[in-house]
Ligand binder design. Structure first.
Ligand SMILES: [Ca+2]
Ligand SMILES: [Ca+2]
Length: 118
């Protein structure tokens, strides 16, 4: 599985710069930050919800945001300028779309790991 993902990521990495349009005005910074935050929270919840969903899981998420500076920074980055996301999506070219897909593929392994660990 890991080899397939690595190969896929390598191909995407090669294609992305070739598919960017010159007239693309806005990048995908804000969209990427939001996607990262969504994935980080989802991976965290995948671990927490393993034994069913309890109220304590949400306070665990809160504690994680407070206690883990890296996690907190990702949440803050997602919140900052999130209102620009629709503009970025409207200006999305194929290369940028693929870049977002690549980011998502990079998380697949973490999700598999989260669901496998009992
Ligand atoms: Ca942001
Ligand atoms: Ca763009």
């Amino acid at each position: 599985m890991k080899n397939i993902l690595d190969a896929l990521l390598a191909v995407m990495g090669l294609l992305i710069p070739r598919l960017k349009k010159e007239d693309s005005v806005s990048g995908i910074k804000e969209t990427k930050e939001a996607l990262v935050a969504l994935n980080e929270v989802s991976v965290f919840c995948a671990y927490q919800f393993k034994n069913g969903v309890q109220a304590a899981d949400f306070s665990a998420l809160y504690s994680e945001i407070i206690a883990n500076p890296d996690f907190k920074a990702k949440m803050l980055a997602a919140y900052e300028n999130y209102n620009l996301i629709p503009v970025e999506i409207k200006d999305l070219d194929l290369g940028e779309g693929l870049e977002l897909a690549k980011l998502q593929v990079e998380y697949v392994e973490q999700f598999i790991e989260a669901f496998q660990k009992a």
